[in-house]
Design a protein around this ligand. Structure first.
Ligand SMILES: Cc1ncc(C[n+]2csc(CCOP(=O)(O)OP(=O)(O)O)c2C)c(N)n1
Length: 643
């Protein structure tokens, strides 16, 4: 939006400023409470306590005589909003903070609280993780604002999750660099010389603009870097002076166009060589990490697998889960003579095994003569300090390129080299893989029935009951910690999140809300299998989901523990031949049990549970899904077996 055209949005501004812009006193007047967009929202859930707009707080009719009233026609932050609008942000997630009060005000008044629309978050970690979940569905960044030092400190682990997961997030941090302009007291604690320093090791790029032109250009660059493979979080410091000062650069200000980068493709020589290796292989295997970003890309990967009749070991929603070529397991890796790794920064762990024993012994899983091909962009960007790249794995042919963008030329090259003899051999191979897969599926189906009627509820029962209720819908998995999803039929790319995370716990709850937000405009039924430990880091995000009417079904896999850590302590005790029955100490969430249904209800979310009888689960899920279909979040607390 140009500076000119967005001027209209300032209607009513003077009236507002008369009561709010005071200097030397606290600008407490004219704060308006209320529920954003309430009139346009669906009816509330029966259990949720909805309040109407809060009453207007008293407005000081006349400021005290010794206080100067200053007004600003156009503040720098208005221009910042023009810049952000040009980047097409739908939402900005934030916990409020005065370091970005200028920008906050411009977003809601000058920008009309639309594109971006503010999402009220109760913790900065939730803001960033919510944006992470959104980007993992939409494939583009959401914006986050954080309050200088303290806000960024809260946000930091979620930023690391986005960095490690290769997920774009666009973060703006307020700060007051000019010491002579800092208000005495808190503003000093909340100011910093180099705001981005504390997260620089795990952001892709940052800048600290000193003019509005600088802000505009750096915002474009930041967005471009964030959304170029390998994607990641970026940070721009919006100095409070730059936000609050009147715009001085006037008509000279321009917003540069965003340049969209094309993903790099493998070079033709390497692609032809890879095709030759794959066509001539006896037992090729495809291993896919964070490789596919679109539905069209998924179709290309299916075409590749079917052309070669090769198994696909999918680590992230790249390939239809029930396709007859999905799987192959460790056996396929052990027999493979050619392994094609697509965006596999974790390739080492696919072709080696390590036992968690005292000396952590490792062994190679692959044949001595096996050849490895790697295609991926992760090598294009890395920092040294954080160790998110996993162990170094040598490969025989490596292309620094985007897998999805390279697939069309790889398919063409394979087709050119195919002979009738090879096609016949491929057919026989495919038939064998399908038989092995069917056998594995039958075993998995049988395993899911063990403990079917157990109480606490088995994780397999929880997952199966949920699947039964959603499989006829346009559904998407917005998050999962620990659900057993072997029977689920994932055949759309959006049904799973793109990218990963650093397994910094406290991620699933907020990121699933962000993912559900992205699914909302497509009308998809978003569901999440939510663990108890993860939810308890920052449960306030449930309120954010309720407040902004984000339809999400959270089904609690509530094992009343940080169970993974129970198992770790047990392992230590066994190794040392000591008491294993003490492993719950420090690791369980008992005494008292947490009532998640009540917690959710208190945060305005429809809830069911705690469910201990597995026969109650189906009907509870049905009622909760009805609420979600009305446009509200719902939570079903299921007390489960540990694993
Ligand atoms: C921020 C953070 N703190 C601690 C850990 C260590 N940790 C790994 S798994 C886990 C337990 C998580 O509990 P829950 O989400 O309930 O899952 P469960 O293991 O019980 O299935 C913890 C604390 C971590 N990964 N991240």
């Amino acid at each position: 939006m140009s500076q000119q055209s967005s001027k209209k949005a300032g209607v009513g501004r003077r009236k507002f400023l008369q009561s709010a812009a005071v200097v030397g006193g606290s600008a407490t007047a004219s704060v308006i409470g209320g529920v954003s967009g309430a009139a346009a929202q669906p009816a509330p859930a029966p259990q949720a306590q909805r309040s109407g707009p809060a009453p207007l707080m008293p407005v000081d009719a006349d400021p005290p005589p010794d206080v100067r009233v200053l007004t600003v026609d156009r503040a720098g932050s208005d221009f910042m909003v023009d810049v952000l609008k040009s980047l097409d942000f739908e939402y900005v997630a934030a916990n409020p903070g005065s370091a970005f009060r200028g920008l906050h005000e411009s977003i809601v008044n000058y920008g009309g609280n639309k594109a971006p629309e503010l999402l009220t978050c109760c913790h900065e970690e939730s803001s960033v993780a919510l944006a992470h979940g959104y980007a993992a569905v939409e494939g583009k960044p959401m914006m986050v604002m954080a309050h200088s030092t303290v806000g960024l400190q809260h946000a930091s682990m979620a930023i690391y999750n986005a960095y490690a997961g290769g997920v774009p997030v666009f973060i703006i941090v307020g700060n007051t660099l000019d010491a002579s302009m800092r208000r005495p007291g808190a503003e000093w604690y909340h100011s910093v010389v180099d705001a981005a320093a504390m997260v620089r090791d795990y952001t892709k790029w940052d800048d600290n603009p000193v003019s509005l032109t600088h802000f505009a250009e750096s915002s474009m660059r930041a967005y471009k870097f964030a959304n170029t493979f390998p994607k990641g979080p970026v940070l721009i410091v919006a100095d409070s002076e730059l936000q609050e000062r009147p715009m001085e650069e006037g008509g000279r200000l321009r917003i540069p166009k965003l340049t969209v980068e094309r993903a790099p493709q493998g070079d033709s020589g390497s692609v032809a060589e890879a095709a030759r290796m794959l066509v001539n292989a006896t037992n090729p295997v495809i291993v896919a990490g964070d490789a596919i970003h679109t539905q069209a890309g998924m179709a290309l990967l299916v075409e590749l697998a079917e052309l070669l009749q090769a198994p696909v070991q999918d680590q992230g929603g790249n390939f239809p889960s029930q396709h007859r070529l999905n799987g192959g397991g460790r056996g396929a890796i052990q027999e493979a003579d050619v392994i094609l790794g697509l965006d596999m920064d974790t390739m080492w762990s696919s072709v080696n095994a390590m036992s968690d024993q005292i000396h952590r012994p490792t062994r190679s899983l692959i044949r001595e003569d096996a050849k490895l091909i790697g295609i991926g962009t992760y090598g294009l960007f890395s920092h040294g300090n954080y160790q998110n790249l996993q162990r170094y794995q040598p490969v025989d042919l490596s292309m620094t390129a985007d897998s999805e963008a390279t697939l069309p030329s790889l398919l063409e090259a394979i087709k050119r080299q195919l002979t009738d003899d090879r096609k016949r051999a491929f057919e026989q191979r495919g038939a064998k893989i399908a038989v092995a897969r069917q056998r594995a599926q039958e075993q998995a189906r049988k395993a899911a029935t063990y403990g079917w009627d157990a109480s606490p509820v088995s994780v397999a029962r929880l997952s199966t009951e949920l699947w039964a209720q959603i499989k006829g819908e346009d559904w998407a998995l917005a998050g999962n910690r620990g659900g057993s999803l072997g029977m689920w039929n994932f055949d759309k790319r959006y049904q799973r999140l793109m990218g990963g995370d650093a397994t910094g716990i406290g991620f699933t709850a907020p990121s699933s809300v962000g993912a559900a937000l992205a699914h909302r405009k497509h009308g998809r039924l978003a569901v999440c299998i939510q663990t108890d430990g993860d939810l308890m880091y920052a449960p306030g995000v449930l309120w954010t989901a309720a407040h902004h009417r984000i339809p999400l079904l959270s089904v609690m896999h509530n094992n009343r523990a940080y169970h993974q850590e129970v198992m770790h302590v047990q392992r230590m005790s066994s190794r040392r031949q000591r008491n294993v029955t003490t492993s719950h100490i420090g690791n369980t969430l008992w005494d008292p049990f947490i009532d998640y249904a009540k917690l959710a209800q208190g945060l305005g979310v429809y809830s069911e549970g705690p469910i201990t009888n597995p026969n109650d689960l189906g009907p509870a899920l049905k009622r909760a899904i009805a609420v979600v279909k009305r446009g509200e979040p719902a939570l079903v607390d299921v007390v489960t077996q540990p694993r």
